[in-house]
Design a protein around this ligand. Structure first.
Ligand SMILES: [Zn+2]
Length: 313
C-alpha cells in the first residue's frame, strides 16, 4: 500500500516533469501506417491507402526501412539498382568497347559520360528522394528537389550523345542545340530548386518548362530529317530508338499523372505492388536502356559506317 501511495504521490507531484503523451503510432520499425494515420505533408496519392512507413527524423531509421517491404520499396530499389547498373555498364563499356575501335577518342568517352552521369544522378537522386519520404518534412522537400534535378540531368545527358553523333558533320548545329538544351535545363533546374518558384502560382510555368524540355528534342530531330532524311538520321542517331525512348517516358508520365491503375481500385490492391509511380520508374529504366542501345548503334555507325564521313559542300 505504502509503495502504491508513493507512486500516486509521485504521479501528482508538480515538480515531476510530465510524462510524454502516448504515441498513437506503432513503435515497431517495420509496422506500416494507413493513409489516415500519416501526417499531412506526406499525403500525395490518396489511392495508395496503406503501406506507409512510420516517419522518424533518423538516417539510421531510413536506412533500416530499405530492408522491409512498404509502399516505397519498389520505387527505392528499382532506381537504386538502376543507378548501380548505370555505373557497372559505363565501366564495362569503357573497358571493353572503346578498345575495339582504334579511332574512338575522348569525345566518345565524353558524350557517353554525359549520358551515364545523367542516368546515375537521376536514378540515385530518385532513390534518395523515395527513401527520405519517411524521414521528415524538410528532408522530403529537399529530396523532392533532388528528384526533379535528376530528371533534368537525365534529359540533358541523353541529348548530348544523340546531338554529337546525329550532327557530327554540322558542328555549328551541335552548338546551337546544346545551348538550347542547357538553357532549358538550367531554367527547369531553377524552377525546381528555388523555393520562390515552387509555389502553386508557378505550377503552370514549371509544367510548361518541363514539357518544353522534353519536347525540345523534336526540333533537332525534325531538322536532322530535313538534312539527312529519316533513314540517314536513323543510321547516325538511331532516331527510331530515340523516339521509342521518348514514347516510354510519355507513357510513364501519363500513367503517373492519371494515377492509373490504383484509381481503378479496389482500395489497397496497388499499395505495395503495381502502382502508377512504380510503372513510371520502370518506364524510366526501360527508356534509359533503350536510349543507351540506340547510342551504342550510333557509336557503331560512327566508327564503322559513314557516320564520321562528312561531305564538303
Ligand atoms: Zn519516383
Amino acid at each position: 500500500m505504502g509503495d502504491q501511495s508513493t507512486l500516486r504521490q509521485r504521479h501528482v507531484d508538480p515538480s515531476t516533469p510530465a510524462a510524454p503523451a502516448p504515441s498513437t503510432k506503432p513503435t515497431i520499425s517495420n509496422a506500416l501506417l494507413s493513409w489516415d494515420a500519416i501526417d499531412h505533408w506526406r499525403r500525395d496519392n490518396h489511392y495508395i491507402t496503406g503501406g506507409y512507413r512510420i516517419d522518424k527524423p533518423s538516417y539510421h531509421h531510413t536506412f533500416l526501412s530499405l530492408r522491409h517491404l512498404h509502399n516505397e520499396s519498389v520505387n527505392i530499389w528499382s532506381h537504386l539498382l538502376g543507378a548501380v547498373i548505370a555505373v557497372l555498364s559505363s565501366t564495362y563499356l569503357y573497358t571493353q568497347i572503346k578498345p575495339r575501335y582504334e579511332n574512338a577518342n575522348q569525345q566518345d568517352v565524353l558524350v557517353f559520360g554525359c549520358f551515364f552521369t545523367g542516368a546515375f544522378l537521376c536514378l540515385g537522386m530518385s532513390a534518395t528522394f523515395h527513401a527520405l519520404l519517411s524521414h521528415s518534412q524538410d528532408h522530403a522537400k529537399w529530396g523532392n528537389k533532388l528528384d526533379y534535378m535528376g530528371i533534368v540531368l537525365l534529359i540533358v545527358g541523353s541529348y548530348v550523345p544523340a546531338l554529337y553523333y546525329g550532327f557530327f558533320c554540322e558542328p555549328l548545329l551541335i552548338r546551337y542545340y546544346l545551348v538550347l538544351i542547357f538553357t532549358l535545363g538550367t531554367g527547369c533546374a531553377l524552377v525546381s530548386w528555388v523555393d520562390r518558384f515552387r509555389t502553386s502560382a508557378w505550377r503552370p510555368y514549371r509544367t510548361a518548362m518541363f514539357i518544353a524540355l522534353g519536347l525540345s528534342g523534336i526540333v533537332p530531330v525534325a531538322h536532322g530529317v530535313t538534312i539527312f532524311g529519316y533513314s540517314g538520321l536513323d543510321d547516325r542517331m538511331s532516331i527510331s530508338l530515340v523516339i521509342l525512348h521518348g514514347a516510354m517516358y510519355i507513357f510513364g508520365a501519363v500513367l503517373y499523372a492519371s494515377r492509373f491503375p490504383e484509381r481503378m481500385g479496389p482500395a489497397g490492391r496497388f499499395d505495395i505492388w503495381g502502382s502508377s509511380h512504380q510503372i513510371f520508374h520502370l518506364c524510366v529504366l526501360l527508356a534509359a536502356g533503350t536510349h543507351l542501345y540506340g547510342m551504342g548503334k550510333a557509336f557503331d555507325y560512327h566508327h564503322t559506317g559513314l557516320g564520321s564521313t562528312c561531305v564538303l559542300n
